[in-house]
Design a protein around this ligand. Structure first.
Ligand SMILES: Cc1cc2nc3c(=O)[nH]c(=O)nc-3n(C[C@H](O)[C@H](O)[C@H](O)COP(=O)(O)OP(=O)(O)OC[C@H]3O[C@@H](n4cnc5c(N)ncnc54)[C@H](O)[C@@H]3O)c2cc1C
Length: 415
């Protein structure tokens, strides 16, 4: 097949998401002739909705070892990558281009404008500055290769060639943003190992009506424990967001992987302890005092300003107390059952929500199959890989996007 000179690029980047844009801007700044091919009508759809539209752009942990601790087994590979472009460099990159950050709890860094689209715009502006060509509404259909070398790519707008290619098509979560797992299929065909993606940071599905009725409510400072067939497993503390499909929020998202491992073993039940800092005896004494102070109130009103109505109603139901009972009519046994309910409000977990609701999915190419100095594939000599295409388990808190900035920068700096 013949190609016009004008269609030959130094580097073609497949996918104009977070890592692809960073790679393009970096390669462009080095004077490379760069083409981004993006199948959506615009670049950066997932980036622009990240962090609830505010973009948790990185995590302000400047100690590289402490930062890399959040990536589990991948730490040993990532340390050298972070030493090339880590958290410090991410701050400098965006701050020096006019986007300051604010730091929130858990060291989460956000653009001061609280706008994820501002991050996309900044990267697109960098690309424009350095003459990066961007073809949108153009889907790559196949990658033509021979002897461990990419010869060309075939798209819905014709074929293109380049000296090097950066695959930045993202993972498989939230496919409506464009990351539909195309990259995984090509990588497998090219000879890479691809660990099957499973939703990782994902809400938990609960059918129980009282739980879904609480939709929109966040309960703070609770302990959530999980049992499988009644056997205790793991627990954590934090906030729980109730939704129309179950439970969510950062605390729950972080439990998803553990729950996914338990589900094949039997029936998984979540247990909420609404007063994790008080043991049962102390809580019971607090209830006695509170009941004494509200003797002539209906029991459902005793917790006003302390617990949400839906939670109180459920706790009273579990304790077998009519919410309209006068406090002075509540028996000692009922109060003791209420104490137990407040320490252990349980509901079965039906499963994990799917890829469409996952913040990230595990799975992808093991880091051992690329050079961490260049992000170049060890299988295909003119291919670099970035972002969510890697199999890296990580928590929420800016750790995914930092991987995009790091891998995107390194790839763009080495093509
Ligand atoms: C709702 C949500 C919120 C998130 N919030 C945060 C957060 O606050 N902080 C954080 O660190 N992480 C967050 N993440 C994760 C983070 O957004 C991703 O890790 C990151 O966007 C991945 O970037 P990427 O470059 O690997 O791929 P993507 O951003 O997924 O980009 C891949 C691009 O490739 C294009 N593409 C795919 N196939 C083709 C093809 N065949 N031809 C052409 N183009 C193609 C896609 O259209 C897409 O634009 C969030 C994720 C979600 C879903």
């Amino acid at each position: 097949m013949q190609f016009n000179d004008s269609e030959h690029f130094n580097t073609i980047i497949i996918g104009g998401g977070a890592s692809g844009l960073m790679a393009a801007a970096t390669a462009g700044a080095r004077g490379r002739r760069v083409l981004i091919i993006e199948k959506n009508p615009e670049c950066g759809r997932k980036l622009s909705i990240s962090g609830g539209g505010r973009c948790n752009i990185t995590n302000a942990e400047f100690d590289q070892h402490l930062f890399a601790d959040h990536y589990g087994d991948a730490k040993k590979f990532l340390l050298s990558a972070f030493s090339q472009f880590g958290v410090q460099e991410t701050f400098e990159y965006f701050n020096s281009r006019g986007l300051a950050f604010v730091i929130e709890d858990r060291k989460r860094a956000f653009p001061i404008t609280h706008s994820a689209p501002d991050v996309t715009r900044l990267l697109l502006e960098e690309c424009r500055k350095y003459g990066v060509t961007i073809k949108t509404s153009c889907a790559v259909q196949s990658i033509e290769s021979s002897n461990g070398h990419i010869d060309s790519i075939v798209t819905t707008q014709g074929s293109f060639t380049a000296d090097t290619y950066i695959l930045a098509t993202g993972g498989a979560s939230h496919p409506e943003t464009g990351s539909t797992g195309d990259g995984f299929r090509w990588l497998k065909r090219l000879g890479h190992t691809v660990v099957t993606p499973t939703p990782s940071l994902v809400p938990l599905a609960v059918r129980e009506r009282w739980v879904t009725n609480l939709q929109g409510i966040t309960v703070k400072d609770v302990k959530i424990s999980f049992t499988v067939d009644g056997r205790k497993t793991f627990n954590t503390k934090g906030s729980i967001l109730f939704t129309h499909f179950g439970i969510s929020g950062p605390t729950v998202l972080h439990c998803a992987k553990g729950v996914a491992d338990l589900l094949p073993e039997g029936e998984v039940t979540a247990h909420l302890d609404l007063f994790p800092t008080l043991d049962e005896g102390t809580l019971n004494r607090h209830l006695v005092e509170r009941f004494d102070a509200h003797k002539n109130t209906m029991v459902k009103n005793v917790f006003a300003g302390m617990l949400l109505t839906g939670i109180v109603d459920r706790s009273l139901t579990v304790a077998g107390i009519d919410p309209n009972t006068q406090v002075n009519s509540v028996t000692k046994e009922q109060r003791s059952r209420l104490t137990k309910a407040l320490k252990d409000l349980s509901f079965p977990i039906d499963g994990l929500l799917g890829m469409d609701k996952a913040i990230i999915a595990d799975g992808g190419v093991p880091l051992s199959e690329v050079s961490m100095q260049t992000m170049r594939s060890k299988v295909v000599d003119n291919l670099h890989i970035t972002g969510d295409l890697f199999h890296i388990v990580r928590p929420s808190g800016g750790y995914s996007l930092q991987l995009c900035w790091t891998t995107g920068f390194i790839a763009g700096n080495s093509v």
